[in-house]
Every structure is written in structure tokens, then in C-alpha cells.
Design a protein around this ligand. Sequence first.
Ligand SMILES: Cc1cc2nc3c(=O)[nH]c(=O)nc-3n(C[C@H](O)[C@H](O)[C@H](O)COP(=O)(O)OP(=O)(O)OC[C@H]3O[C@@H](n4cnc5c(N)ncnc54)[C@H](O)[C@@H]3O)c2cc1C
Length: 254
Amino acid sequence: MKLPIGPNAGDYCHPDLAKLLISRPLIDDYDLSGAEHLNTDVLVIGGGGAGAAAALSATEAGARVIMANKLRIGDSNTVMAEGGIQAAVGAEDSLQQHFDDTVKGGHNVGKKELVAQMVTDAPSAIRWLIGLGMTFDLTNGADSNGMLSRKRAGGTTVPRILSYRDFTGLEMMRVLREAVELDENITQLNRHPAIELLSDEHGRCVGAILYDWKNALWCWCTPKPWYWQPAAAEGCICRVSPLPTTTAQPQTAW
Ligand SMILES: Cc1cc2nc3c(=O)[nH]c(=O)nc-3n(C[C@H](O)[C@H](O)[C@H](O)COP(=O)(O)OP(=O)(O)OC[C@H]3O[C@@H](n4cnc5c(N)ncnc54)[C@H](O)[C@@H]3O)c2cc1C
């Protein structure tokens, strides 16, 4: 069916997805009366690899963070990643080759500026993870000098995959979880799925409504700059319905 509203209005969409995208919010305005209001500099929704890295990067930049986890930090796809991570760190490799392989592997439909950013950031992301304590497989042999072991992946012109045994994601999440838990500027709200995003009159996301599963309560969280502007916060309305990848129904989330 065709989507009737939203930025993708007019696009064709699977009816089940469309039903979620155009659905009414799960809660009404009155549900929020008296709900606890949390404020913070940065709100991170989801504690997988991306969320944990975002939270740590935000506190490195001096921000206070609230991390809302559907369950707990690390209950995520990240822990299931086995194969490894690509980064152009080999002497015979280059950022240009990594970029070319990625664009080609994506049949030329990937956004080139995003691919370029990812490829450029990859070596420093690996260094950052090693700094946090992540272990990677090293090459064997007397001459290896403990260099990072690199495997070849389909579609790559040189070996570029860095891994740790067959549980790279689990090892990555181990160090990210430790770093988040040791960081005093990150407040973790476990079992607090975001069930609606808040938007202002310009359609910008200004926060989220979280469901406190244990106490069966809603709370709402607005990060800077809105939290210190009561007038702007008052203008927030529930507008964005959850996507299927988020917790549409808290009772059935895993
Ligand atoms: C079996 C498997 C093998 C893979 N192998 C590789 C590999 O070898 N190399 C590779 O690069 N990639 C691999 N991937 C893909 C990779 O794991 C993911 O792309 C990556 O982990 C995504 O990270 P993320 O932090 O964005 O998402 P996730 O790790 O999924 O984290 C998302 C987090 O958000 C939480 N969340 C979701 N909705 C809400 C909500 N409404 N409120 C609060 N929290 C919410 C979830 O519970 C979860 O904790 C693999 C994936 C799988 C499943």
C-alpha cells in the first residue's frame, strides 16, 4: 500500500509496516500527567554496540548521558556478530581500496559520503576498542611481531577482517559494557524501552517517552537544549510512532 503521511508519503510499503508507521501513539496525553520528567545532555536509546559507543563518545566530549535500554546493555545483535570488523590497517591496504570494495559490494547504492566516513573512521575505531581492552586475534609465527591477524571477506581485494575467534561482537560488547558501567556520567535505565519519540512543531526529535517496565510507569526524557527550555518542552507532542525494530508492545519485547 501507499503511505498516506510522513516523510515517505506516497512510497509503497508492506501493509504490516505501513500499519505500524501510520498507527496512533500507544499512549494518550493524559497518560503522561504526573509522569516523571528526566533531563540530560544526551539521551541514547538502546545499549548495543552503537549505543554504548555513542554514550562513551558523548561523555568523552563532556556530556551527561541517559542510556535507555529495552532490557540491559548488551542484550543486542552486537553480541551475536561472529565474523569480524573491516578496517584498512594492512600495509598492502588503503582507505581508497576499502572504500572501493565497500561501494562495489553495495552495488553502488550506498551513500558515498557515509561509506567514506565509515572507512576513514575504521582504523581509529579499532585503536579505540583496543584501548578499551578489546582483544583481537594476532598473527602467528616468529616474524609476526604480534600484528593484527586479517582475514579475507567476500568481495574484498585484500584481507581486511579483524576478529576475535568466532565471537568478535561478544568480545567488543564485553569492553563497551565495562566502560559504560565504569562511567559515572552515564545513567543506565534498564528495562526502559522508548515507546514514543517526542517531536516539536518543526518535526525535530526532542526526546522520548520511556516505559519503566518494573514499575509499569511512563517517564519522559528530553535532552539538551530542550530540557532547560520549559516552553519548548511544553510544545512537545507525541508524534512519531515506533518502528517495528523498536518495542511496539512493551509486553512482547525481548
Ligand atoms: C548472527 C549475526 C552475525 C553478525 N555478524 C556480523 C559480523 O561478523 N560483522 C559485522 O560487522 N556485523 C555482523 N552482524 C551485524 C551486527 O551485529 C549489527 O549490525 C550491529 O551489531 C548493530 O549494532 P547496533 O548497536 O546498531 O544494534 P544492536 O546491537 O541490535 O543494539 C540495539 C539495541 O537497542 C535496543 N533497543 C531496540 N529498540 C529499543 C527501544 N525502543 N528502546 C530501548 N532500546 C531499544 C535493543 O534491545 C538493543 O540492545 C551480525 C548480526 C547477527 C545477528
